[in-house]
Design a protein around this ligand. Structure first.
Ligand code: KG4
Ligand code: ZN
Length: 348
């Protein structure tokens, strides 16, 4: 069966065609992503109305490209998977309307997908026979979300911890903005951090020792701002070395909090597998910290990070997520849900 996946929750217009036989037998025939980074960069963040306008323009183009690359006609598609939330309302609605019209004209079933849930599936997508042992823990770290999700033995998902303010990706973006380094901040900060000393500046590790599994990153942003103002008292511009140290130290604060809390949560719930997804899963410091800590503190447990092409937003995990359950809704009743929360089954 061929599934068409559509994703427009933030600033990427993405359409993918998946050929699906079973959870381990499938092929991503196309995965078209049109990024709007250049359009939002001058604003230092995503402007929802601009994102919606770009989705409107890009959707038909990505749709044609995705079918062409996959060499599959629309008549061969069996279902349309569409991200309905969480995300930016005007952006989500553009995708939902597009899927709705397509479903009306083709009579294809519409399968609504939760964007954050799809980030979890990204961790195992296109891996050679990934064996997920339950209970499992998922860490979602994106520009909009930072959540720990427990997937219990019956494969029920439950959010057991999340950020109370900024998301991890948002923290990276704000740190880059404060330093005047550009947007999106994650890749820029992590690149600069490679040449810096991670213990150069002692940034706070908010909530690290609390018993719960929640996070908070807004204090870090404030601390970064004050530290920079202090440094600026003596000189106007930071040297490359100082910027590198700054980035490495701020990154380390984020990485350490994420690692400590994830390990604590895995231990508490007896999780046997860790699935990491979302844009920040691209961060190599986070990858090595989590792998090292799991190896040392929870030997034998498995850790999955997405393949490179699935780190940030794309439609392949949307199509895959839908293919695993195919629970459709009617084109008349489907709605975008900007505040959608993870609940229900992990279909794997
Ligand atoms: O998952 P994603 O593409 O979009 C959302 O669903 O939000 O994540 C985007 C976020 C941005 O905040 C970006 O700065 C961050 O992921 N990001 C990174 C890296 N690459 C992307 N953060 C840290 N290190 C990276 N290498
Ligand atoms: Zn995302």
């Amino acid at each position: 069966m061929y599934i068409l996946g559509i994703e427009t929750s933030c600033d990427e217009t993405a359409i993918s065609v998946l050929e699906f036989s079973s959870k381990t037998k499938y092929k991503i025939l196309s995965n078209v992503v049109s990024s709007q980074v250049a359009i939002h960069a001058p604003f230092g963040g995503v402007v929802p109305s601009l994102a919606a306008r770009e989705h409107e323009k890009n959707l038909p183009v990505c749709f044609a490209q995705a079918l062409k690359k996959a060499k599959v006609g629309i008549d061969k598609i069996g279902a349309i998977a569409i991200t309905v939330g969480p995300g930016l309302s005007p952006a989500l609605w553009r995708g939902v309307r597009f899927a709705q019209e397509l479903s009306r004209s083709t009579k294809l079933p519409l399968v609504p997908v939760n964007h954050v849930e799809a980030h979890i599936y990204s961790a195992i997508l296109n891996k050679k026979n990934p064996e997920v042992l339950f209970p499992a823990m998922a860490l979602i770290v994106s520009g909009g979300h930072t959540q720990l999700v427990l997937i219990d033995e019956k494969k029920n998902m439950k959010i057991i911890g999340e950020t109370r303010d900024d998301a991890a990706g948002e923290a990276f973006d704000k740190i880059a903005k404060i330093l005047g380094l550009g947007y999106p901040g994650g890749p820029i900060v992590s690149r600069a951090a490679k040449k810096g000393k991670k213990d150069a500046i002692a940034f706070p590790r908010p909530m690290i020792h609390l018993k719960n599994f929640d996070f908070s990153f807004s204090g870090l942003k404030t601390s970064v701002l004050y530290t920079l103002q202090d440094l600026h008292k003596d000189k106007n511009e930071l040297s490359q070395k100082e910027i590198a140290d700054f980035c490495a130290s701020a990154q380390e604060a984020i990485v350490e909090v994420l690692t400590v809390k994830t390990i604590k949560a895995m231990r508490h719930y007896g999780a046997r597998t860790l699935l990491v997804g979302g844009g920040v899963s691209a961060n190599t410091a986070l990858q090595s910290s989590l792998k090292k800590s799991v190896k040392k503190e929870l030997p034998g447990m498995r850790v999955f990070f997405p393949k490179k092409e699935f780190y940030t937003d794309n439609a392949a995990p949307i199509a895959y997520n839908a293919a695993l359950h195919l629970r459709s809704v009617s084109a008349e009743t489907i709605e975008a849900n900007p505040n959608m929360r993870i609940a229900g089954k992990f279909y794997y």
